[in-house]
Design a protein around this ligand. Sequence first.
Ligand code: ZN
Length: 503
Amino acid sequence: METQLHELRTRLSEINDLEAAAAVLQWDQSTYMPPGGAAARARQLATLARLSHSKATDPALGQLLEALRPYEERLPFEHDDAALIRVARRAYSKRARIPPELVAELSAHSAACYQAWTRARPAGDVATMLPLLARTLELSRRIADCFPGYAHIADPLIDLADEGMRAATVRALFAELRAELVPLVQAIAARPPVDDSCLRGHFPEEQQLAFGEMVIGRFGYDFTRGRQDKTHHPFMTKFSLGDVRITTRVKPDDLSEALFSTIHEAGHALYEQGIDPAFEATPLASGTSAGVHESQSRLWENLVGRSRPFWEHFYPQLQAAFPAQLGAVSLDQFYRAINKVQPSLIRTDADEVTYNLHVMLRFDLELALLEGSLALKDLPEAWMARYQEDLGLTPPDHRDGVLQDVHWFAGVIGGAFQGYTIGNILSAQLFATAHAACPTLDAELRRGQFATLHGWLREHVYRHGSKFTAPELIERVTGGPLQTGPYVAYLRHKYGELYGLAG
Ligand code: ZN
């Protein structure tokens, strides 16, 4: 058994190392690589993906995991070895079920589709993309069909990103949330608009980056095990538990862009940096699902970074960094500006209240496409109609309509969006749980102190890595399933106060 466990760790570590090497190449591609490196880089990444896939689906790995089953069954569920074997077996069986030809077809198609999208989006050229999307839909259905026995065809695709979640559970949660959000958005729209002009102006890049890095350092982001660089579309990436990097994007005429993207990605990074070092180079050494990951980026970005207590401490420092721009702007004006609610066409620019409506409509459209209740040719119009219905806006063209997000054009249709809203819902549920456990939390946040919050999250969420699925983790930490209540209460309280809404 000891030998088998050792062999398992060796095999998993090799898979991990190939994937980490690919992550370094991807990070470089998105930060410093000159354009001339593109063709060779694509080939190098494909080679590494092929090698790691063949190791991850090696039948010998499957046999080893079966041989370790009796050992696993003797251990308590929480035991690290049991978790390692359980999580590795799930990952193995998922990857091994998808035939290598299908993986190759999807990756070739995704690359071609992504290339076509980069040209079609600026032109709003939906006609070029529809036949490509038809192929994506067909491949997505074939992937789902590798996992027979599902209740809804999207279930296997959702499970790949948010293990343990199902279309039916997500649908029910979203319906509950939508019923609360739509009237809240309407009530806010009836109030006078907030002036956020204080966030525009000239804010030199160097000061913006310095302020953001100071803030995340105070949160507990460890710069000896990470660094921040610039990119076009900010992301977090991890090469090992000792090297968890973030990227950001600076707009010299918009103060909120770099700051909140830095805080968002640092939230993802705090999760990864907080994982038990004993899990290094195993499948346990990463966040457990898209939704739980997003709960951490959103918790730090919104529940902390856009909160009044946070800015009571940090606003004087921000004013000191930009005296000419913010010297005459009050804390109250600034706080209202960074929390302005305004229905918009672009998901990534959306405020906290309207954001989830963008996600839900994508989720519903994905499900309809996969089920076949919506024909692909009707998708662009369905998109427009739903924006009008939910946000009161009609995109003037398809560029800012159905073509706006990369997700459907660089991967499968199904499973890519629900994690954003699950993350928002969970961020408030975890924050409320932390508050109940640590009564001094708000007073500490008001003093710019984060050790209690960070420590609580590390103890209850971060250190476990992927040891528990999201539903298991949520149950353990909060004593119940994922619930919209705390999130709705948070939004109602915060925005009720901000917009002077009754009740
Ligand atoms: Zn994120």
